[in-house]
Design a binder for this molecule. Sequence first.
Ligand code: FAD
Ligand code: MLT
Ligand code: ZN
Length: 463
Amino acid sequence: MTGNRTRDPFWADDLRGIVGDTHVLTEPDAMAGHLTDWTGRFSGTADAVVRPRTTDQVAAVVARCAGADVAICVQGGNTGLVGGSVPPADRRPDTPLIVLSTVRMSDIDEVDAVGRCVGVQAGVTVDAIDRRAGAAGLTFPVDLASRESATAGGVVATNAGGIRMIRRGNTRAQVLGIEAVLADGRILRRWTSLVKDNVGYDLPGLLAGSEGTLAVITRVLFRLVAPPAATVVTVAGVRHVEDALGLLDAVADRGLTIEAAEIMTEAGVALVHEHGLRRPSASASPFHLLLEASGPGDIEGVVLEILDDAPVVDAVVEPGPARALWAVREQHTESIARASTTPVVKLDVSVPLRALPEAMAELSAVGEVVDHPCRPILFGHIGDGNIHVNLLDVPEAAAHSVTARVFTVVAANGGSISAEHGIGRAKVQWTDLGRSDVDREVMRTVKDALDPAGMLNPGVLFG
Ligand code: FAD
Ligand code: MLT
Ligand code: ZN
């Protein structure tokens, strides 16, 4: 027994009885990694970090917490970028809280190759799901740069988008079935590989994007797909966003399938290069489009023909997976985090494609019109109209006004303040920009029905 145990809350021993002694962490050092998010902008406190292994253990932990009025912050890989995966900083000491980590929930079922699906526990990483799917000749339709840490529960709870969204849809579209523990400890299980099954409300769909506020997801039955036979990856330097959009149209018009379509700016490519990666091409261009295409016939030949007639500054074309080209795009998040003198203000927005050129121009200029000048670096999933607005060197005191400025631009362009990362703690006070009063009231009604005492992820999504 450690010295700290004498200060443990009365319910901690009950939780040890459920998950095992070593899986209830109460020492500050042991808990630290669970209390700050990936961005370093959001930190909180907890009475314990609890690591169940099975659904029954999750159910027992949640029931015990409900009985003792202990709030629960659910955590998967802790790669979320809006502060939803860590407890609040302003928690009152008389409101106990645990972090429930799914790190030990790592079982993967056998792939159903005929039904093209696989069941996984909530803590399985995206990469592990894809590797299991790959062994059966299939692929997991959700992919993102955090694949080695982001979990099944996390991608469902955030309804993650990622780099295959343009081709396969968001995570919600990949969920065939779900198992989750409700706020009172009951287990909800809707688990069928049927693609047609319309008996009432879409509860798995409701839990997708719920950010740990409605239930603890314990297992997911995911759809798998056949990978394309071959792909070609192009990085084209262009002067205007319109030119990048034009290239996407041209590729689709020639009968190719767009597997991914990403945009980077010169500032982002140069920064990633400073951090050690080879540039895709020597020429500097205001924008760089990364396009992965599949299709019948000579994909590369068609792409080269399109590039011949297109207003590109420079282009490089390689057979997929072209990992070095992808690395330039995927290293943006880490390079930006390393380059900023303060925790990056990361805003993940979307606008209609027709508004994208204007919105990108206005967002690039945000650093000049706010009280505290800052460095914006934009990149994102251009095919989905999704721009990641990263503001570097923003002092914490200026984060609110800078954010408000970005959201004003987004709202004026008919966009969304959260394209794929969710609301978390970062954007709670701005949800009225994206949802009407009635809409937010209905969401609140759903929350109150499923979590009447407000014990699941307090402060996330709702203020
Ligand atoms: P966490 O960060 O642990 O949690 C995220 C939210 O989900 C929290 O609100 C948490 O409470 C809730 N949650 C987690 N597990 C459960 C569960 N079992 N039950 C209920 N609620 C749960 N996101 C994108 O959408 N697209 C991208 O392209 C993308 N790229 C990224 C690249 C990098 C380098 C990084 C660091 C992040 C990126 N993200 C991206 C953000 C992040 O990876 C995703 O939001 C991911 O879905 C989070 O998964 P996680 O397991 O880390 O969840
Ligand atoms: C990405 O697409 O790489 C991400 O969503 C992560 C980020 O916004 O930094
Ligand atoms: Zn993204």
